[in-house]
Ligand binder design. Structure first.
Ligand code: GRF
Length: 221
């Protein structure tokens, strides 16, 4: 039997994306082993989900470190020791030091609630509404030193409706985020996706001209 693909998930909040990954694994749709859930917040819901699922977890409190850099080097040292094939940032609300993350480039993905390169950073739903956009979405991208700036692997789109507010938009998008993150993680676990440094993505050895799109539960070119 080949050894299972090992993923670690970092999350600062409720962990609904983590929950979606666990559910997909449990349904036999995601061939991975969860080796760790890490958080910067002791109260993160993601930690409770990890506990319930029997996944080892840890908290690293930024207040215990003099600098962001010290924190990040310790975080990645831990993940190195655990030995993950892939790090999934699922609502991990921290900017990460570029030097600390360097060894993980190509092995770390993030889900961001906007159609990157639009709206890097925070308040993406509000910004899409304020701009009068007619569509919105989420992106999964490889993490590089540039905040929300690494090569985009895949996106899920939703229409913005006349009566939408930040909350309704976030809610509707979240359901798509769960499918998007699961589908991308599956492709990586199957060995089909790779970062084509510095700024491209390869699927089955072919460079993508544009990010993959979520259609239903599947990704299309
Ligand atoms: C998601 O909207 C994700 O895109 C963003 O943070 C949120 C995390 O939600 N980066 P959850 O903790 O997975 O429920």
């Amino acid at each position: 039997m080949p050894s299972p693909f090992r993923i670690a998930v970092l999350a600062s909040g409720r962990g609904s994306n983590l929950q979606a990954l666990i559910a997909a694994r449990d349904a036999g749709e995601l061939p991975v082993e969860f080796v760790a859930v890490g958080s910067d917040k002791a109260g993160a819901g993601a930690l409770d989900l990890a506990k319930t699922a029997g996944i080892p977890s840890f908290v690293l409190n930024p207040r215990d470190f003099a600098t962001r850099r010290d924190y990040d080097f310790e975080l990645f040292a831990r993940l190195d020791a655990i030995g993950a094939d892939l790090l999934v940032l699922a609502g991990f609300m921290r900017i990460i030091d570029g030097d600390a993350l360097k060894p993980w480039v190509g092995r770390m993905i993030n889900i961001h609630p906007s159609l990157l390169p639009k709206y890097r950073g925070l308040h993406t739903h509000r910004r899409a509404l304020e701009a009068g956009d007619t569509e919105h979405g989420a992106s999964v991208h490889y993490v590089t030193a540039e905040l929300d700036g690494g090569p985009v692997i895949a996106q899920a789109l939703i229409d913005i409706h006349a009566g939408d507010d930040e909350h309704s938009l976030a809610q509707r998008l979240l359901a798509k985020e769960h499918r998007l993150l699961t589908a991308v993680t599956r492709l990586i676990a199957e060995g089909r996706l790779a970062l084509a440094a510095p700024d491209g993505v390869e699927l089955d050895g072919e460079r993508l001209a544009t990010p993959l799109r979520l259609a239903g539960d599947a990704l299309t070119g």
